[in-house]
Write a protein that binds this ligand. Structure first.
Ligand code: S3P
Length: 455
């Protein structure tokens, strides 16, 4: 657990205008699924643009431990999959590090197999609730052993033949939806997932691309019913992973709040289940130009030109949360520089992310002079457009609780605050955005790690 032992503090300072063009790394959700589905499918899968963050690489190692052959040749990852239904029992526990998506989706993928698999992770992942995955798996016949109350470490053993189930997802979670569908791949008959609120649809889209027999129906109220025929053949695909909109959020907000900035972020995934932050920032008055909208590998992609803007507070409705669930920490930072109050509703899921993000963000904002109020499921932030008085002149550091998005959000805040903003650790940024410091430095951001200017 490297992040538990050697924290590396980092600081960001008020910076001159940011400028330039950058390309953010590949989307994390699509990258995890590329390794998983490629490792499962028959034949060869070729992936370019993969996010080579620790979380995704751990998923790759898990697939190797279950029989997939994975190698990198030049810029391309080449996977030879085992064939649906033919995963091998891993010889050692699967270590997912910090990754909720990797661990939860893999629990669905292999949990229904008739052998034992043990799942472990770092301190953050070991605190996160797994009952949301384990409950439907139990209904499919999976035996669960966990001494920590449905938290990692967990050992799963599937039945001789898994039950296909019909499952209504009780919270807005793409991970739960996906875990049940992936378990359904190895159950005879039709597995049905009912999704009352639409979440990111990468699993459905990509499984269909790999040849799964899957249908999606949406009723008048927006309730989606996904039906998947189990035990069919999946075939290897060629995938070009577009840039991660959740990583894009950091340079994007940095440019908006740092006066005089004008940057372009190229090749950004614009799947509508992921663009809630852009919509919200535009409502706040952000100057974000969506350029060269195109289709790449079945996904909407565009380049974003972002110029610093006078932002004003808005109310972000609860129903928008699934389309921007990972972006609230950095939206809260944008709100700290907006005129008036920004009220964010429907945030209960933030409490079970890599940290309790609602508490971590409210605490970090307060430490850095921002007036904010946290409730059980909302956050309101009263902004200071000029950044006057923001930051921490006394050198106080934000507690990141092993949460990459908390770390990056507060480093972005420091770029436009009167005083520096420091975080207690930045090592875990490598789980999702290893190039963060280099790309921010390319744009002109003033950041340092352990007292040394980056890069
Ligand atoms: C993800 C789903 C979301 C998101 C996570 C990635 C996915 O989690 O927060 O970063 O790839 O399916 P939940 O399903 O818990 O909302």
């Amino acid at each position: 657990m490297p992040h538990d032992n050697h924290p590396r503090p980092a600081t960001a300072r008020r910076s001159a205008n940011l400028s330039g063009t950058i390309r953010v790394p590949g989307d994390k959700s699509i990258s995890h699924r590329s390794f998983m589905f490629g490792g499962l499918a028959s034949g060869e899968t070729r992936i370019t643009g993969l996010l080579e963050g620790e979380d995704v690489l751990n998923t790759g190692k898990a697939m190797q431990a279950m029989g997939a052959a994975i190698e990198k040749v030049g810029a391309e990852w080449i996977i030879k999959g085992v064939g649906n239904g033919a995963l091998l029992a891993p010889e050692a526990p699967l270590d997912f590090g910090n990754a909720g998506t990797g661990s939860r989706l893999t629990m669905g993928l292999v949990g229904v197999y008739d052998f034992s698999t043990t799942f472990i992770g770092d301190a953050s992942l070991s605190r996160r609730p797994m009952a949301r995955i384990l409950d439907p798996l139990r209904q499919m016949g999976v035996e669960v052993k966990s001494s920590e109350g449905d938290r990692l470490p967990v050992t799963l053993r599937g039945p001789a033949v898994a039950n296909p189930i019909s499952y209504r997802v009780p919270m807005a979670s793409a991970q739960v939806k996906s875990a049940v569908l992936l378990a359904g791949l190895n159950a005879p008959g039709v597995t049905t997932v009912i999704e009352p609120v639409m979440t990111r649809d990468h699993t459905e889209k990509m499984l269909a691309g790999f040849g799964a027999e899957l249908s999606v129906e949406t009723d008048r109220d927006g309730v989606r019913t996904i039906r998947l025929q189990g035990r069919t053949k999946l075939s290897g695909q060629t995938i070009d992973v577009p840039g991660d909109p959740s990583s894009t959020a950091f340079p994007l907000v940095a440019a908006l709040i740092t006066p005089g900035s004008d940057i372009t972020i190229s090749n950004v995934l614009m799947n509508p289940t992921r663009t809630g932050l852009i919509l919200t920032l535009q409502e706040m008055g952000a100057d974000i130009e969506v350029l060269d909208k195109r289709l790449a590998g079945g996904e909407d992609v565009a380049d974003l030109r972002v110029r610093s803007s006078a932002l004003k507070g808005v109310t972000v409705p609860a129903e928008r949360a699934p389309s921007m669930i990972d972006e609230y920490p950095v939206l809260a930072v944008a709100a700290a520089f907006a005129e008036g109050t920004t009220l964010m509703l429907g945030l209960e899921e933030l409490r079970v992310k890599e940290s309790d993000r609602l508490a971590a963000v409210a605490e970090g904002l307060t430490l850095n002079g921002v007036d904010c109020t946290e409730t059980r499921d909302s956050l309101s932030v009263r902004g200071r457009p000029d950044g006057k008085g923001l930051g921490n002149a006394a050198g106080g550091t934000v507690k990141t609780h092993l949460d990459h998005r908390v770390a990056m959000s507060f480093l972005v805040m420091g770029l436009a605050s009167e005083h520096p903003v420091a975080v207690d650790d930045c090592t875990m940024i490598a789980t999702s955005f290893p190039e963060f410091f280099d790309l921010m430095a390319d744009l002109g951001a003033d950041m340092e790690v352990e007292g040394r200017r980056t890069p």
